[in-house]
Design a protein around this ligand. Structure first.
Ligand SMILES: *Cc1c(COP(=O)(O)O)cnc(C)c1O
Ligand code: SF4
Length: 369
């Protein structure tokens, strides 16, 4: 599917090979030599690629490569995946672990910050490494992984011992990078805990490696309902035909889909781009959930916008398009305060039961209690 045959190195690849997600993983573009075959790199990209070995090394799935514009260094798909020299310039307000996840981690691989829910990091691997990744301290290819069946079992024991936990968010890394059986083992253990009411999975694979959403994966997931899936989407270009097929398979099997978007300078910081992204997500049955202010993670200053940019985006969405297309814009508080919603204020004043409000067009109304 798609027009991958226009890329010379893959022109003779048969469709069924292209559709094999393991083939896509094995054939990721990870070196300067390989990428130079189809992109004319800028000096900054060249330097970024040379330096980015180790954590969060460059890795581009062949599917992702087909979405990149080889002639435009500002292409939003390319910008998110090909490192720049800027990643190695650190600002003074930047941190390795900006949201202090490690501090709120009672056992390795588990973050317990809110009263009734936890975040479980099930793997350190992703199909494609986003240059803006908040978990760049953890995520990437490594010889020895720090997540294994022992750490998962310890996390499951912690959840079982804490009856207040009713919601488990499995993320990483990307949980769909696990084999279907491995992921099923984890889901089985968690859903067997009586007080766990539902599980959600955070993934980017429907976007970066849609071939991973196979019939057998979907059939397995269906057994663990209620199960929700949150998908990381940052730009309308990411919603390829192939991505749509993957989201359809998930939605058709009854899995509710939500989105998470990171506000990124030069990529999606214009209201018209965000509006198109949110509207296009609804067309593929993905309900916009969060827009995140870009965290203060080391080496991401070139991606960050002022907070006012995010507030203005919400201002330009609310009322002007479907309410379903308006996510919540949040700042994940530095130091571990959790997600804090920020947005335009529609309440102008409030006094003795008299509320002065403005609507999306700026007209003033009064509501008296
Ligand atoms: C985002 C997050 C959650 C889930 O938060 P919701 O607002 O319920 O989606 C849970 N734990 C941690 C540590 C998180 O960062
Ligand atoms: S998919 Fe998520 S965890 Fe993986 S590199 Fe991108 S932002 Fe980081």
């Amino acid at each position: 599917m798609g027009d991958y045959k226009r890329i010379p190195i893959w022109k003779d690849i048969p469709e069924e090979v292209w559709e094999d997600w393991q083939w896509q993983i094995k054939n990721r573009i990870t070196t300067l030599d390989a990428i130079s075959q189809f992109l004319i790199l800028t000096p900054s990209e060249e330097e970024g690629i040379k330096k980015s070995h180790g954590r969060l090394s460059m890795a581009l799935t062949p599917h992702w490569v087909t979405l990149m514009d080889p002639n435009d260094p500002e292409c939003p798909v390319r910008r998110q995946a090909v490192p720049l020299a800027d990643e190695f310039r650190f600002g003074t307000n930047e941190f390795v672990d900006p949201c202090a996840e490690d501090r709120d981690s009672p056992v390795p691989g588990l973050v317990h910050r809110y009263p009734d829910r936890v975040l479980l990091l099930a793997t350190e691997q992703c199909a494609m490494y986003c240059r803006h990744c908040t978990r760049r301290r953890l995520v990437g290819e490594k010889q020895v992984s720090s997540v294994n069946s022992k750490t998962i079992d310890a996390a499951v024991d912690y959840i079982r011992a804490n009856k207040k936990i009713r919601d488990v968010l499995i993320s990483g890394g990307d949980p769909f990078m696990l084999d279907t059986q491995e992921l099923e083992e984890i889901l089985k253990k968690i859903t067997n805990i009586p007080h766990v009411e539902f599980v959600r999975l955070g993934t980017r694979l429907p976007v970066t490696l849609p071939q991973r959403i196979t019939e057998s994966l979907v059939a397995m997931l269906k057994k663990y309902k209620p199960l929700w899936v949150s998908i990381h989407f940052n730009h309308p270009k990411e919603i390829s035909k192939r991505c749509k097929v993957a989201c359809d398979m998930l939605a058709d099997s009854g899995i509710p889909l939500g989105s998470q978007t990171v506000l990124l300078k030069g990529i999606n910081d214009k209201p018209y781009i965000m509006k198109k992204l949110m509207q296009d997500l609804l067309k593929i049955r993905v309900r916009p959930y969060y827009i995140y202010q870009c965290d203060l993670v080391k080496g991401t200053a070139h991606f960050r916008t002022p907070v006012a940019v995010g507030i203005n985006i919400i201002e330009k969405l609310r009322g002007f398009t479907s309410g379903y297309a308006v996510p919540t814009y949040v700042v994940d508080a530095p130091g571990g305060g959790g997600k804090i919603p920020v947005g335009p204020s529609y309440l102008i004043s409030q006094d003795k039961g008299k509320h002065v409000l403005r609507n999306y067009k700026g007209k003033i109304y009064t509501y008296i209690e």
